[in-house]
Ligand binder design. Structure first.
Ligand code: GAR
Length: 192
């Protein structure tokens, strides 16, 4: 799993991978040494690593090569982006084709990129949510594997909306991963 921040999706995924689940967490890697999720992963007994992107400023290919190398040390079969906030180029993504998932806090194809909840509120959308999709070279694109939707209520702010959507992310991502690891790519649709 790749993370950048608090790692709450990573925790939800890791907690789900028990019993008859076909996958197990093998490593959590952050691009940021201060990512809270690194401590949370270590506390769960999951190997952790950090590939800090900052020393590679201006050389994305070298950062991605270091990331691939660190991943190779742990031989994951499936790579989950869980709040990983770096753009990955085609050179990184191609070897992982069909094996890399991402969670994005919008109902894709709407609102790729950042500030998704603010953009949904500003647009007057009746609903918002999150999407798990396979990662392709295009940003926040790729086949949709699941979505969870919530209503946007009058008076919602980006923060209140995020607070309702995050628990849905924690349901959706483990549900999708379990099916994906078992070879099931048909989309999951949840309503909050
Ligand atoms: C989540 O809301 C996730 O959907 C979003 O970052 C947050 C990470 O939270 N991901 C993106 O915006 C990816 N472009 P977490 O670190 O607590 O899982």
């Amino acid at each position: 799993m790749l993370i950048s921040g608090s790692g709450s999706n990573m925790v939800a995924l890791a907690q789900s991978m028990t019993g008859d689940h076909p996958a197990r967490p093998c490593v959590v890697i952050a691009n940021n040494p201060d990512a809270k999720g690194l401590e949370r992963a270590a506390a769960m007994g999951i190997p952790t690593a950090c590939v800090d992107h900052r020393p590679f400023a201006g050389d994305r290919a070298a950062f991605e090569a270091a990331l691939q190398q660190t991943l190779a040390d742990h031989s994951p079969d499936i790579l989950c982006l869980a709040g990983f906030m770096r753009i990955l180029t085609e050179g990184f993504v191609t070897p992982w084709a069909g094996r890399m998932l991402n969670i994005h806090p919008s109902l894709l194809p709407k609102y790729k990129g950042l500030n998704t909840h603010a953009r949904a509120i500003e647009a007057g959308d009746p609903e918002a949510g999150c999407t798990v999709h396979e990662v392709t070279a295009a940003l926040d694109d790729g086949p949709i594997l699941g979505q969870a939707r919530v209503a946007i209520e009058p008076g919602d702010t980006p923060d209140t909306l995020a607070a309702r959507i995050l628990p849905m992310e924690h349901q959706l991502y483990p549900t999708v991963l379990r099916r994906y690891a078992a070879g099931n790519r048909s989309p999951v649709m949840l309503n909050g």
